[in-house]
Design a protein around this ligand. Structure first.
Ligand code: HMG
Ligand code: MG
Length: 312
């Protein structure tokens, strides 16, 4: 891999409170979600996806969306954006009523995944997103676009790069300011991610792309490195490596935010994030959920701290 034109800084979109928690079987109280978001802002995250305005029948964990967003927006951290997912106009209207200033629509490059996740075809989903982007424009709300299954689908296997490019071009044309490319099941590797990015970059400028890589097979950091090399400078990540998608069985969390920050800082790329505070947050939310942080970096930092304490 050739690491050549590295960006001097990267923007990290923290998706832990949404992508991280949406698949949790135990009910996570709104208090914990609100505190998690506040701790992430204290660690230096400037974009924190707070919740999703999807059907509570489909994703019960996000059923407290209005309470969470309203409470977060009652005391917003300076300069922090709190986007939320909105699959349709109903979700958008609820998000707007709760005070959202940024939303995200989410489609897929695989027909089967689109059906399982949002109960419609890719074409139908794009028609559903159009009124959302129009209403958002009228309300002065920013819209991000997600595409799931950009390299692999749990139902269809390998996904053709041109499919991703087609959906990405439509989302851009609709007015999405950024397209986040989701390796939902983490089966991508630097070669397949590179092929996918090459296809997408023929229709969408690289400064409008973000990488959203799940770490199911431990390839997320490698896929970030390959994407950096291609000029991508925005990455989604989940504190503590929390998460998965309820409609992609076996998929694990996004690249852990700590792993991403460690990688980027080690490469001399600024993020504005305080790694120690982030590790504290990973340890805190993991304890709330009754487990150890999944992230290698959090574990290593915590082990080093424990060693230093026992040496003193
Ligand atoms: P549907 O059942 O086809 O919707 O669901 P419908 O329009 O036929 O409505 C059926 C019922 O749902 C009605 O209520 C609606 O009012 C209600 P009823 O009359 O039966 O009482 N409804 C809603 N309620 C609350 N909020 C809404 C809403 N819309 C309809 N927004 C729908 C279609 C899209 C709503 C459903 O399939 C859904 O909620 N899916 C969400 C799935 C989801 O959240 N998946 C995880 C997020 S995506 C992801 O994780 C991938 C990503 O991270 C990138 C990656 O990693 O790949 C982004
Ligand atoms: Mg995801």
């Amino acid at each position: 891999m050739m690491i050549s034109n590295l960006p001097s800084s990267v923007r990290i979109v923290e998706v832990g409170p949404r992508d991280g928690l949406q698949n949790e079987k135990q009910v996570v109280p709104a208090d914990v979600k609100v505190e998690l978001i506040s701790r992430l802002a204290d660690a230096g995250l400037k974009t924190i996806e707070a919740t999703s305005f999807v059907s509570p029948k489909w994703v019960p964990q996000m059923g407290d969306n209005t309470e969470v967003l309203t409470r977060v927006l009652a005391q917003p951290a300076p300069g922090v954006a709190y986007p939320v997912l909105t699959p349709n106009l109903k979700g958008f209207e609820a998000a707007l009523a709760a005070g959202a200033r940024e939303v995200a629509v989410f489609g897929a490059a695989s027909e089967s995944f689109s059906q399982k996740n949002i109960n419609c075809s890719i074409a139908e989903s794009l028609e559903r997103f159009r009124p959302v982007t129009e209403a958002a424009r009228t309300a002065g709300v920013k819209v991000r676009g997600y595409i799931s299954c950009v390299v692999g689908c749990p139902y269809e296997g390998a996904v053709a790069p041109h499919k991703v490019a087609e959906v990405a071009a439509t989302l851009l044309e609709m007015g999405c300011y950024e397209i986040s490319l989701g390796d939902t099941i983490g089966t991508g590797n630097p070669a397949s991610v590179r092929r996918m990015l090459e296809a997408v970059m023929r229709s969408v400028p690289v400064d409008k792309l973000a990488g959203h890589y799940h770490d199911t097979y431990g390839m997320a950091a490698a896929n970030v490195a390959a994407s950096l090399d291609m000029g991508v400078a925005v990455f989604d990540a989940s504190v503590g490596g929390l998460g998965g998608c309820p409609y992609a069985a076996g998929a694990s969390g996004n690249v852990a935010t700590e792993d991403l920050v460690w990688l980027l800082h080690g490469m001399g790329i600024a993020t504005g994030i305080d790694l120690d505070r982030l590790v504290d947050t990973a340890a805190w939310i993991s304890a709330q959920l009754g487990r150890e942080p999944a992230s290698r970096v959090a574990r290593a930092v915590l082990a080093k701290r424990a060693q230093a304490r026992s040496a003193n």
